[in-house]
Each structure stands twice: as structure tokens, then as C-alpha cells.
Design a protein around this ligand. Structure first.
Ligand code: ZN
Length: 442
């Protein structure tokens, strides 16, 4: 075997689909290191390359031994025993014996989180039949707000550098993508006579001040409070922000309240946005029960934009594993941006880095790429009822945790949150400070 000291040789007795998946994620995607996996112990022993062994038993006497938890050699989904402890101030689980170079199986633990293992086990769903943060290992053990897999990988990197100073790691740098969901293109305009009349009547009874706003918007005396598109275009251009818009383009329903896809103003708004930025589908709540609805929404939006859609994010972040991702992949979606909890900020999959979907039901990796988001406006505004100042503190904390691991920060905002206001307590103010933070790290 040739000697190439910038590459890593990894021995494992059997290359399972779980092992090749998680090695790819950790060594390729996060650490940016070239590696080869071998199952022949003799050629492994003979090689002069930097090398490590990942196995249940240490059949090799060298010190670079990573003891394997059974998880990555299994094919089924079953309840796993969890023993949370701490190592270098980080939460860890799947403990190993003293023979192992790390006190836990970093690969199995990362797989458990990133493949969303716990979402395939029985759980108490929320009112929209979603997997709630409160059921997750990360939330129960206070590490939901840490990109824990990326942090573990920093430990791994340091260990590897100490053992093999010639190893080559590709350097990555912090990156930011702002993503915007359009659930309600306009608050009052273009809703059609019947919807306008009915909601006006309701406001007269319940919120007379909102009725006044509505009348003034309809008379074009003030701007529609959801019409913040020019503001977003200008701000993102000035600050050079990478942006993706996700548009709800569906029939009207209890949880799907955007404008009618046939509405002229709505159509020209969609065209305008798609001429400037990547646009993804925002599959309606109703589409979760019916593949045909999902397909129709995608085709309608594609035909309006004259472009293929390859990106998607679930409206209400409603998803069920693996069905939702299977359906999206079947429709030609390549990137999904739904991975995050509606009710809590943080890292649902334990990482800020994009990763391929691993289908635990078929025990195979898929082509669909998952882009996890870390914060959403509605989480703070509605679910947590946080003040804008405490929200800003939390957002800055999360951004700096991502900056420390040179990761990807994805935020999720709605056009509805960004109405014009000059004061320091507006959500637009929070949004702008968040953007600044991603630029200068101050
Ligand atoms: Zn939505």
C-alpha cells in the first residue's frame, strides 16, 4: 500500500450503510479530510499511512482505537439505552471503555442525532401531530442550543492532529443564509371581495383598531404591513446576504391562508422574487395528507416561474419521518430546509451542517440534502413570547456557537414579521442586528 501521509486510513471489520454514511458526514462534510475505509486487517497493519481503527474489539495494539457501540452495526430501529455524561464540558452518550481513544462513540452518537433516530421511536406528538422538542434527547439534556456534532468533531480533529501532524484538513469558514417563508403575501390587499368583507366584519367586532389599519391599507393611505419585499431586496443587496424564499402556493384552507395562486398581484410578486433569488416550494398543510396536492402545488409554482423547483420547506414545519422526505425526493426536490423545531431555537439534528437524509426504515442513505435552520422568528414571537431584546441575545449566542465551529447559520423569518418601524423593539430591528452579527461577528 502506498504511503500518503495527508490521508487517513480507517479500519472497520464491516462497512455497513450506517458506517459509510456517518464517516462521509464526519470526515468529508465536517472535517474535510481524505480517507479510505478498509476491512482487511493485514493490509491495514502494513500501511504506513495515518490510521485509526473503528471496531467493537481492539484486535490491533496501536493506540488509535475507537471503540464501536453496536448501533452502526445494527439494521433495525429499537429503543437505545441512553447514559448521558460530560466530557470536556460537552454532553456525550454511548460511553466506551478505557481502551478507546474517546470516552464515547462519537460516530454512533452523531448518527443517532443526525439520522433522527428518536423520531422513529414512539413519542407524544404535539397538537399538529409533530415530533416536539420536549421529546428529544437534546432538549431533555440541555444541549439543543449547541451544534454538538460539530463541537465533538473539533475534539476529534484535535486528537487526530496530535497523533498525525501531516493530516490535511480542508478549512471551512462561517457562512450564513437568510431564508424567508411567505405564508401570507399581504395582510389586507388582494384577498378578494368575500374574504375582505368577512374579515372586515370580524375586525369590527373584535379589533376595531385593526379595522382602521385595514381600511387605510385598502385606500392605499398606508403600506400593507406584510408588504416588506422591497425592504428585503434592498437590505439583502446592500449587506450582500444569500437568500432563499419559500412560497406557499396552495388552495385556501384552515392552515393554508395565502392568496389565491391565480391572483394577478401575487403572481407578479412571485415572478419578481424568482427573477432575483432562488425560490423554493412551501408545501401546504393540506399537502401532508395527499401526494397529488403536493405535486400540483409544485407544478403550479414551477409553471408560473418557468423554472424547476429543487428546494423546499414544509409549512408549519410539518413532517413525519421518513414519509415527508420520501415524498419530496420522489418529486425531484434536492434540498429541504424544514429541519428545526417550531417551538424552540437550536439544532434539531445536533448539527448546523447540511447532511444527506438517512432513511432508517430502509436503512439506506438518500440523495435529499437536509439544511438545518437554527432560529425562526415565530419561535420567539409566538411560541416563547420573548421580548425583542432577549431574542436578540439568544440569536447572538446561537450565531457565535456556529461561528466557533466554522459552520453554516440558516435563519427563518416571515415577511409578516418585518413591518416598518423605527424603534428598537421592533422585529425588523432584531432582523437587522442579526444580519450585522453574521457579517462582523461583533
Ligand atoms: Zn409557513
Amino acid at each position: 500500500m502506498s504511503t500518503n501521509n495527508s490521508q487517513l486510513l480507517i479500519y472497520t471489520s464491516l462497512i455497513t450503510s450506517r458506517i459509510s454514511y456517518i464517516f462521509h458526514f464526519i470526515f468529508d462534510e465536517i472535517l474535510g479530510i481524505e480517507y479510505t475505509i478498509v476491512t482487511n486487517i493485514d493490509s491495514f497493519k502494513q500501511s504506513n499511512d495515518p490510521k485509526i481503527a473503528y471496531a467493537v474489539e481492539n484486535t490491533w495494539t496501536h493506540s488509535a482505537f475507537f471503540e464501536a457501540h453496536p448501533l452502526l452495526h445494527e439494521m433495525m430501529i429499537k429503543n437505545q439505552e441512553m447514559d448521558i455524561s460530560e466530557y470536556q464540558n460537552y454532553k456525550i452518550f454511548f460511553k466506551t471503555s478505557e481502551k478507546s481513544i474517546l470516552p464515547f462513540d462519537l460516530f454512533a452518537a452523531s448518527f443517532y442525532l443526525v439520522a433522527r433516530y428518536e423520531e422513529y421511536l414512539p413519542y407524544h406528538a404535539d397538537q399538529f401531530n409533530r415530533f416536539p422538542a420536549s421529546e428529544s434527547l437534546a432538549y431533555k439534556n440541555q444541549f439543543l442550543e449547541e451544534p454538538i456534532i460539530n463541537q465533538w468533531c473539533m475534539i476529534l480533529k484535535n486528537r487526530l492532529i496530535t497523533m498525525f501532524p501531516t493530516l490535511d484538513f480542508k478549512t471551512r469558514s462561517f457562512k450564513f443564509i437568510s431564508t424567508i417563508d411567505i405564508d401570507n403575501a399581504y395582510a389586507h390587499l388582494h384577498k378578494g371581495i368575500v374574504r375582505t368583507f368577512l374579515s372586515g366584519t370580524q375586525l369590527l367586532v373584535k379589533q376595531p383598531s385593526k379595522l382602521l389599519q385595514k381600511i387605510n391599507v385598502l385606500r392605499r393611505k398606508i403600506q400593507d404591513p406584510y408588504d416588506n419585499y422591497e425592504y428585503l431586496f434592498k437590505t439583502h443587496q446592500t449587506k450582500n446576504i444569500e437568500t432563499i424564499y419559500f412560497i406557499l402556493f396552495s388552495k385556501y384552507g384552515k392552515y393554508d391562508k395565502n392568496l389565491n395562486p391565480k391572483n394577478k398581484t401575487f403572481k407578479s410578486l412571485v415572478k419578481k422574487i424568482s427573477s432575483l433569488y432562488p425560490v423554493g416550494l412551501h408545501p401546504s398543510y393540506a399537502s401532508n395528507k395527499n401526494f397529488e396536492i403536493l405535486k400540483n402545488e409544485k407544478e403550479a409554482l414551477e409553471s408560473l416561474m418557468g423554472k424547476q423547483i429543487t428546494k423546499s420547506r414544509q409549512h408549519f414545519l410539518k413532517m413525519k419521518l421518513p414519509n415527508t422526505y420520501e415524498n419530496l425526493a420522489a418529486l425531484g426536490i434536492e434540498e429541504d430546509y424544514s429541519m428545526g423545531y417550531p417551538e424552540k431555537p437550536g439544532f434539531r439534528a445536533g448539527t448546523c451542517s447540511p447532511f444527506n437524509f438517512f432513511n432508517l426504515k430502509t436503512n439506506q442513505a438518500g440523495k435529499l440534502k437536509i439544511f438545518p435552520f437554527a432560529i425562526m422568528d415565530v419561535t420567539f414571537k409566538d411560541y416563547l413570547g420573548s421580548s425583542t431584546s432577549s431574542t436578540l441575545i439568544k440569536i447572538k449566542k446561537i450565531i457565535s456557537s456556529i461561528q466557533k465551529v466554522d459552520g453554516l447559520f440558516i435563519s427563518l423569518w416571515h415577511n409578516e414579521s418585518l413591518n416598518p418601524s423605527n424603534d428598537q423593539f421592533s422585529w425588523r430591528y432584531v432582523y437587522e442586528r442579526m444580519l450585522d452579527r453574521t457579517k462582523n461577528g461583533s
